[in-house]
Ligand binder design. Structure first.
Ligand SMILES: *[C@@H]1O[C@H](CO)[C@@H](O)[C@H](O)[C@H]1NC(C)=O
Ligand SMILES: *[C@@H]1O[C@H](CO)[C@@H](O)[C@H](O)[C@H]1NC(C)=O
Ligand SMILES: *[C@@H]1O[C@H](CO)[C@@H](O)[C@H](O)[C@H]1NC(C)=O
Ligand SMILES: *[C@@H]1O[C@H](CO)[C@@H](O)[C@H](O)[C@H]1NC(C)=O
Ligand SMILES: *[C@@H]1O[C@H](CO)[C@@H](O)[C@H](O)[C@H]1NC(C)=O
Ligand SMILES: *[C@@H]1O[C@H](CO)[C@@H](O)[C@H](O)[C@H]1NC(C)=O
Ligand SMILES: *[C@@H]1O[C@H](CO)[C@@H](O)[C@H](O)[C@H]1NC(C)=O
Ligand SMILES: *[C@@H]1O[C@H](CO)[C@@H](O)[C@H](O)[C@H]1NC(C)=O
Length: 652
């Protein structure tokens, strides 16, 4: 099969290209990245953000933390109460600065998932008082500039949840009143059918308020009405597919076809980087993997180099040509120009089975080996005599080329360039000469999280959180008590006092998990006496996180303020396995700080020691809700403060 395709601007240009991006958050997806040692941490960031090196991402979208669960964990809010403002929590500020330091042109986007509880004004609805919510989001944008010199370019509404037309208008006005007219609003980050589009068509004020229509997992299609709004259309969250060769195929196909089929001018991958534990949901649905900081290992997944095929040959602001489309033998091509003579053509020939994304379902189609002649017309005719060719072969082929420079393709005097297109490949043809397949020495091999492991929370990490804990409900931070005289000046404290305006159905308890799924013995000091929680727990074998955290089974050892101690097999403390060891008479002598050791041996015998004394024993029966493995965890009985210290994991 041999077909020809015209590439030119004879009938004018198409839409403006807005970029390819990655999403950190939604949630806590970058949690383990911060404790990579140098040089690995900088290398990882270079592969993601440095121009002409790796993925060279053009957009970084981050979560505006709301202290609530948003898929892989919770992210800290900048306002825990109406009077609290703090722009040094969490790691997204740091990540944005690292991205900007590598590419000052990178576009920054912020979007809330959960909101802190007070935003709900007694409800779990963020639009209860729209002025307050708009101020909350505007403060985040102002804080980014004031505290980190970060200019935010776009903000969203409420991820994958109902939008409120009145709120969008109020947010627009609030941003404008704060001098943030340049910050555009993306809406509504959900609904594939973009019902907001018909609202925009009928409401001029809404039309003025919304800058970009953002859809999620659009399957490369935009609705007719969405196109009719004339607004930029983004796949503002897409991909979410396991990052093997099929994930790379998915990413290659949608990066082209979101434009060809859906007129979308930006695509953002959820998520940027797997820096969360593999035992949390959606593991490795990322552009890159870096979730074993203790080893220094990271993985350059194929989707990273698929990204380079577009990003290293374009800039946001370039124009798509109108001459884009499907290839006769299957696959697609797009073309872009800087309007100064540069031309980039990106071609993909992904077969169906090698490019299925996690969602939506992909209708059957076929792709065949084919030849293509690209005929340059208009302002490119006679101006371009050769095109640099970069090539990636994915799929089942034994030939595994990934982002390889294949020299130059000649453009003949008739403006024609002939190329062979095998199945499952990505090819870039471009006048741009600056592309590089960047590389660092191979990082160390991945290892399991080593034990013994301990943290006395005395060593600053440069962040509000210690390393390695992954909060699944509530927020856990370093806490400093200058007046402490008992060796607990620096501790680990749960600080959220009210259940958030949730995005998932967060539990009524708070919980933070850590480590290897096989860990069996945990020791930690617990302080609840002068804290506001009803009680705290220490747990092992916790088998769920993310939006399923509420349903997590495990072995939970509780110290309650009312004096009760108990062992349960669930986080909600409804399945009590054992309560009150005899000599404690249902009560323990509550100290300011209590040493707890919880362990399970190979005979499934559980023992809990409290301040050096055996407090409770239990043998797990053959038939039981208690999982065989799971995370080690700490938590509180409700939204209230509690402190932990001298955390240690011993040899099994
Ligand atoms: C900001 O919050 C962090 C963590 O909650 C805390 O350590 C820090 O002291 C706070 N900064 C200010 C200025 O309040
Ligand atoms: C930033 O954008 C400007 C204007 O488009 C461009 O000249 C410059 O090369 C870009 N810088 C980087 C690092 O991409
Ligand atoms: C959408 O893209 C197609 C080609 O891919 C083009 O023909 C059409 O004019 C575009 N529609 C809008 C509204 O941009
Ligand atoms: C293409 O872009 C480069 C910068 O990457 C620039 O130097 C050159 O002038 C542009 N135009 C052409 C026709 O190459
Ligand atoms: C592509 O062109 C080459 C060279 O002309 C030819 O050998 C080959 O058979 C063609 N392949 C297809 C699929 O048409
Ligand atoms: C701080 O330390 C003092 C002295 O040990 C103690 O009384 C107080 O309860 C501690 N405060 C907190 C919040 O831990
Ligand atoms: C203490 O609280 C726990 C959990 O709410 C409850 O199960 C237990 O019965 C209470 N114990 C006493 C002595 O009130
Ligand atoms: C807890 O254990 C530490 C050592 O691990 C010890 O120094 C301390 O005295 C113990 N505290 C209590 C209350 O038993």
């Amino acid at each position: 099969l041999s077909s020809s395709y015209k590439i030119g601007d004879v009938n004018g240009l198409g839409r403006t290209f807005d970029g390819i991006g990655g999403l950190s958050g939604g949630g806590a997806t970058s949690r383990l990245l911060m404790n990579y040692a140098e040089p690995y941490r900088s290398q990882i960031l270079d592969y993601l953000f440095k121009p002409n090196f790796g993925a060279a991402l053009q957009i970084l979208k981050v979560e505006i933390g709301g202290d609530g669960q948003s898929t892989e964990g919770t992210e800290a809010t900048h306002m825990r109460s109406e009077s609290d403002e703090n722009y040094s929590r969490g790691y997204e500020w740091w990540l944005m600065k690292e991205a900007k330091s590598r590419n000052p042109n990178i576009t920054l986007v912020g979007l809330p998932w959960a909101f802190p509880g007070w935003i709900g004004q007694g409800t779990v609805w963020p639009y209860q008082n729209r002025d307050i919510t708009a101020k909350y989001v505007t403060n985040w944008v102002l804080g980014a500039k004031a505290h980190h010199n970060l200019v935010i370019d776009y903000v969203g509404i409420w991820n994958e949840r109902p939008f409120d037309v009145e709120y969008i208008k109020i947010l627009r006005n609030t941003l404008n009143s704060a001098g943030l007219n340049h910050v555009q609003i993306i809406a509504d980050d959900g609904d594939v059918y973009s019902s907001i589009s018909s609202d925009i068509m009928h409401d001029q004020k809404l039309d003025e308020a919304v800058g970009v229509i953002g859809t999620h997992y659009p399957g490369t299609i935009s609705s007719k009405t969405t196109k009719e709004t004339g607004k930029p259309i983004w796949a503002s969250e897409d991909y979410s597919t396991y990052s093997d060769v099929i994930g790379a195929g998915c990413w290659a196909r949608i990066l082209n076809q979101n434009l060809v089929n859906g007129n979308m001018t930006a695509t953002i991958a959820w998520n940027l980087i797997t820096s969360y534990y593999d035992d949390l949901p959606y593991n490795r649905c990322s552009i890159m993997t870096a979730n074993s900081p203790w080893s220094g290992n990271y993985i350059l997944n194929d989707p990273l180099w698929v990204t380079s095929h577009t990003t290293q040959f374009t800039q946001p602001g370039w124009k798509y040509l109108q001459t884009v489309g499907h290839l006769t033998g299957g696959g697609s091509y797009v073309a872009l120009t800087d309007q100064k003579g540069n031309l980039t053509i990106v071609i993909e020939t992904m077969s169906h089975d090698q490019s299925v994304c996690i969602r939506p379902p992909l209708p059957e189609y076929s792709v065949q080996d084919q030849n293509a002649t690209f005929i340059l017309e208009g302002s490119f005719k006679g101006k371009v005599s050769k095109l640099n060719m970069w090539f990636t072969q994915l799929g089942q082929s034994s030939k595994r080329d990934v982002f390889v420079h294949k020299g130059q393709v000649a453009v003949d005097k008739n403006g024609q360039a002939l190329i062979h297109l095998p199945i499952d490949c990505v090819i870039t043809l471009s006048t741009i000469t600056s592309a590089i397949k960047g590389s660092y020495p191979t990082p160390p091999a991945s290892t399991v999280f080593p034990i013994p492991y301990s943290d006395n929370f005395n060593n600053p990490t440069g962040f509000s959180e210690p390393f390695n804990f992954a909060d699944q409900a509530g927020s856990y931070e370093f806490y400093h008590n200058a007046s402490s005289k008992d060796g607990h000046e620096s501790t680990f404290r749960q600080v959220v006092k009210q259940r958030p305006v949730t995005w998932c159905s967060d539990p009524d308890q708070t919980i933070t998990v850590i480590g290897n799924y096989q860990w069996k013995t945990i020791s930690v000091s617990v302080s609840i006496k002068s804290e506001s929680t009803y009680g705290a727990f220490v747990a092992i074998r916790v088998d769920k996180g993310g939006c399923d955290a509420r349903e997590a089974n495990g072995l939970y050892f509780w110290l309650m303020k009312n004096g009760s101690i108990m062992l349960t097999s669930d986080l909600t403390a409804t399945s009590v396995l054992k309560q009150c060891y005899f000599y404690w008479k249902c009560f323990y002598n509550e100290l300011d700080w209590n040493n707890v050791t919880l362990s399970v041996n190979q005979h499934n015998q559980v023992s809990a020691y409290l301040n050096g004394k055996l407090a409770l024993e239990y043998t797990i029966p053959d038939k039981s809700d208690v999982p065989n493995n799971g995370f080690v965890a700490l938590g509180t009985a409700n939204y209230g403060t509690a402190q932990f210290d001298d955390f240690s994991i011993k040899e099994n």
